[in-house]
Design a protein around this ligand. Structure first.
Ligand code: IPM
Ligand code: MG
Length: 400
């Protein structure tokens, strides 16, 4: 079994700039790993968590791509599928059954489809699909959520923003994922007059901030050397600590970086007025949740964006940025490319298979360049491919 390499060794290649990626990984241990791998076939356990809605459809296709990679590069990937989300609530009364969590703990990498759907949306329900997602992040210590926002030239005209604003945008978001307001104390109390009061607390400690800022700073070193930290230090105490710790970590450990700090409300504005001026952006859990959804619209479709959630050690969790899209579930039109690209991230960050990851990314690029489009990407008059047909194109490109 292959243990996940620490995120600190392998973060954020920039797909558009291989040279910068080389810079970043040019460490002795990495090179040694690269050399060793020429002789060692990897035997890895990959846990698949298809989830709800279009999740199972896109996971099926990503699995085929991983199987093709195993065959092509002489690796053995053992797959196990486990329930999570709404279907797990239906079958086991629990959005993250213990058996799923145990399987994930023993995995080398985890590939997740999506969770949720209208069927489980009742706000008074005992539990919700999202609880499963939050719990797996917390239980596996997946504190760093990497969300690259890559733009493709051919899609720029589908962006809600003008081409000249989005052009050249390539942002690497690092969102803190296991702390902040998502995991601080929360309560709901009934007042004497029958009304209610609810509170959620944003909590961050030095260590939580240090480790995620280090991940982001390493990523920035491997890219253009520009790191932006986003907070709300003019109002929130938790943000003031964030700012102080982030500044210290960068000053003491990464003095070579160009570093700036932006308030979250201003960042929401800059993201749509000058997105191409950012490179690596690090922020807390809730701000990252909101800004990455905003950022995901920049390229013109969410259907191409993967993400990775990594911890200090142990398996990483990889998933498409898009949700379970219940409106198109079962119709065979979902775009499988984000999940296929997430599987490339799994190979890179959890199995240290850089060449294999690049092979998948190159295959996806080639398929898109050849003009193949799923429904979400097709312009008027273009005949879209379905989920399976699109994945088939990627498999064919991998055979070349
Ligand atoms: C995300 C999602 C989750 C989050 C939800 C589904 C709990 O929006 O991964 O961004 O808020 O973290
Ligand atoms: Mg979100």
């Amino acid at each position: 079994m292959v243990r996940a390499i620490g995120v600190l060794q392998s973060v954020s290649p920039q797909r558009t700039s291989p040279a910068r990626w080389q810079n970043q990984t040019d460490t002795r241990s990495h090179l040694r790993d690269q050399q060793l791998r020429k002789y060692v076939d990897v035997n890895a356990k990959i846990v698949l968590l298809p989830g709800d809605g279009i999740g199972p459809e896109v996971i099926d296709e990503a699995r085929k791509v991983l199987e093709r990679i195993a065959q092509k590069f002489d690796h053995t990937f053992n797959f196990e599928s486990h329930p999570i989300g709404g279907n797990a609530i239906d079958d086991f009364g629990d959005p993250l059954p213990e058996a799923t969590l145990e399987a994930c703990r023993g995995a080398d990498g985890i590939l997740l489809g999506a969770v949720g759907g209208p069927k489980w949306d009742d706000p008074t329900a005992k539990t919700r699909p999202e609880v499963g997602l939050l719990k797996i992040r917390k239980e596996l210590g997946l504190f760093a959520n990497l969300r690259p926002i890559t733009t493709y030239d051919f899609l720029l005209d589908s962006s809600p923003l003008r081409r000249e604003i989005v052009e050249g945008t390539d942002i690497f978001f690092v969102r803190e994922l296991t702390g902040g307001i998502y995991f601080g104390d929360s309560k709901l109390e009934e007042n004497a007059d029958g009304s209610e009061t609810a509170s959620s607390t944003m909590v961050y400690s030095t260590h939580e901030i240090e480790r995620v800022v280090r991940v982001a700073a390493k990523a920035a070193q491997g890219r253009s050397g520009h790191l932006t930290s986003v907070d709300k230090a003019n109002v929130l105490e938790a943000s003031r600590l964030w700012r102080k710790v982030a500044e210290r970590v960068v000053r003491e450990e990464f003095p070579d970086l160009k570093y700036d700090v932006v308030l979250v409300d201003a960042m929401a504005m800059h993201l749509i007025s000058r997105p191409s001026t950012f490179d690596v952006v690090v922020t807390g859990n809730m701000f990252g949740d909101i800004l990455t959804d905003e950022g995901s619209m920049l390229p013109g479709s969410m259907g191409l964006l993967p993400s990775a959630s990594l911890g200090e050690s142990g398996p990483g969790l990889y998933e498409p940025i898009h949700g379970s899209a219940p409106d198109i579930a079962g119709t065979g039109v979902a775009n499988p490319l984000a999940t296929i690209l997430a599987s490339a991230m799994l190979l890179r960050h959890s199995l240290n298979l850089e060449e294999e990851a690049k092979a998948i990314e190159a295959a996806v690029d080639a398929v898109l360049e050849a003009g193949h489009r799923t429904k979400d990407l097709a312009s008027q008059g273009e005949e879209p491919l379905g989920t399976k047909a699109m994945a088939q194109k990627v498999l064919e490109a991998l055979a070349d």
